[in-house]
Design a protein around this ligand. Structure first.
Ligand SMILES: NC(=O)c1ccc[n+]([C@@H]2O[C@H](COP(=O)([O-])OP(=O)(O)OC[C@H]3O[C@@H](n4cnc5c(N)ncnc54)[C@H](O)[C@@H]3O)[C@@H](O)[C@H]2O)c1
Length: 482
């Protein structure tokens, strides 16, 4: 198996010489109106409904959602704001059947990103799909193949890729602006709450087509709140790591120019305090081995201490990255600052972040590529989104193939990984502040998994390789042959 990243890069380079379009779709010529449908319009999809019409030459013509209440609400708001009625669809397959649609925006949950993108490409539509790029590593390869085969433009919604000030600064970092990079730390130190523990099985919302919503995933419902809380169930979501990780880990690997899989991943984590039925960790430490510099990532979803409503920070930063170099340190997220070895701020890194948290610049970039038909014009094609998303999947695979050990034994067990030891001390102190009895509590010690970046697999590790893909619930199956 050739790595997704390499194969897609080669295919994109050769596809760049094509100017003709597949016969399946309507070709959006340079001056043509581009007709867009947004699929999944509850939260992020609603920002796309509002953002795309602001781009000259783009017309949002429809909205699709498996929840008729959400669909009706968003269509009504759109009519009020833009003065015309959207075509509405319950079933996304009808959007792909519609010859009047040029491009789709996928604002559905993670378990739908891969299949909707493949179907979209097969139907001749260009696709802007939200992060994470995929729900598992294998399906990202199918997305890349479909984009190549049908000569489609596919952008992944990791919007900071459209910040030119970060691109320029990270290029300087790679040329030594901070001296030799010793390590990069990603931080997502947030605060969330228990999602509850329903004792009797919850019922789907009356307004939702539950079969369509679940798509490739199980129809068993285990959460009280239907929307958003799916993030914390493996059938649909990818944990906080796959929720905010794609943004943060993308910055980490972009900063050092890591354009392939790491050679190893390890993790430590657990779900503490809440006693709910969410499945994914709310406290997670990850480490990725790269020859250029190791990347670590700290995730916390608990406040600084019991009863508080604030978030933790590291060097004053709650969300973002810290690049530690021999001659300076960078701290930032959308923008940032450089500190000299004495901790004095010597430079501000700022630039145009556009509107809507950078998403409008990213939408504009997508539209530019839809017009030029050049994947190379995209700031976050599948190959890029896949590499950053894969870091999340790799960390989750380490976690899910690990074993519970006592938290008190952790320092000894990870003593050969200095950056993890520091982070684990911070993690343990944080758990203690949140009322966890750290003398008796357990922690999931993820396995350290060795990775072959050429094949994007775990050599000889059947248990880990099995988690590179999922079981799909028919008929919602990402095809072997796209
Ligand atoms: N780029 C960003 O900054 C950013 C920010 C937030 C969310 N996201 C991503 O966007 C996606 C959606 O997140 P959200 O917070 O809006 O989730 P949400 O649960 O609030 O909304 C998802 C919507 O998709 C609909 N949906 C589900 N299955 C469908 C189907 N088969 N057909 C049509 N509609 C369907 C749901 O009914 C719901 O209205 C996630 O993958 C998330 O990671 C990206």
């Amino acid at each position: 198996m050739v790595s997704v990243s390499r194969r897609h890069f080669l295919a994109a380079a050769s596809a760049a010489s094509f100017t003709s379009m597949t016969s399946l779709g309507r070709a959006a010529e340079a001056n043509d109106e581009i007709r867009v449908v947004v699929i999944g319009v509850n939260s992020i999809g609603s920002t796309h409904l509002n953002g795309f019409p602001k781009i000259p030459g783009v017309k949002v013509v429809g909205a699709c959602d498996a929840d008729s209440a959400v669909l009706g609400k968003r269509a009504g708001e759109f009519d009020k704001k833009f003065g015309y009625k959207l075509k509405t669809y319950e079933d996304l397959r009808r959007v792909f059947d519609d010859a009047d649609v040029d491009a789709v925006v996928v604002g559905m949950p993670n378990h739908w990103h891969g299949l909707a993108t493949v179907w979209g490409c097969q139907a001749g539509k260009d696709v802007y799909t939200e992060k994470p790029c995929s729900h598992n590593i294998w399906e990202a390869g199918q997305m890349a193949k479909a984009a190549d085969k049908y000569d489609r433009i596919v952008q992944v919604g990791i919007q900071r890729r459209s910040f030119t000030h970060l691109r320029d600064f990270f290029s300087e970092v790679q040329q030594g602006a901070l001296g030799k990079v010793k390590n990069v730390k990603g931080l997502y130190l947030s605060r969330r709450e228990s999602i509850g523990n329903p004792t009797s099985p919850p019922k789907p919302l009356a307004t939702v087509n539950h079969n369509l919503w679940c798509g490739p995933g199980s129809t068993k419902l285990e959460r009280a709140k239907y929307h958003y809380d799916w993030h914390w169930f493996w059938e649909y979501g990818n944990a906080e790591l796959g929720n905010n990780g794609p943004h943060i880990l993308d910055l980490c690997r972009w900063a050092i120019g890591a354009e392939e899989f790491p050679t190893a991943v390890s993790s430590v984590g657990g779900r503490y305090v809440w006693h709910d039925n969410g499945q994914t960790p709310n406290t997670h430490l990850l480490r990725y081995e790269y020859a250029k510099a190791p990347i670590t990532f700290e995730i916390r979803d608990l406040p600084t201490a019991t009863g508080k409503r604030d978030t933790c920070d590291y060097m004053g930063l709650s969300y973002g990255i810290v690049i530690e170099g021999t001659e300076g340190t960078y701290l930032g997220f959308d923008t940032g600052k450089v500190l000299d070895p004495d901790g004095k701020v010597v430079r501000e890194i700022t630039g145009n972040t556009g509107t809507d948290g950078g998403r409008q610049l990213h939408r504009e970039n997508f539209v530019k590529a839809v017009r030029s038909r050049q994947t190379s014009d995209l700031n976050c094609p599948v190959a890029t989104g896949h590499l950053s998303t894969a870091l999340c999947h790799l960390g989750n695979i380490s976690h899910r193939t690990g074993q519970a050990v006592s938290l008190a034994s952790l320092p000894e067990r990870i003593q050969d990984q200095p950056l993890m030891t520091d982070a684990a001390t911070r993690m343990t102190d944080h758990l203690a502040a949140n009322g966890v009895d750290v003398a008796t509590a357990a922690v999931e010690l993820g396995r350290t998994l060795m990775i072959d970046p050429k094949t994007e697999t775990f050599p000889g590790d059947e248990a880990a390789n099995r988690l590179l893909r999922r079981e799909y619930r028919a008929p919602f199956v990402v095809p072997e042959q796209v």
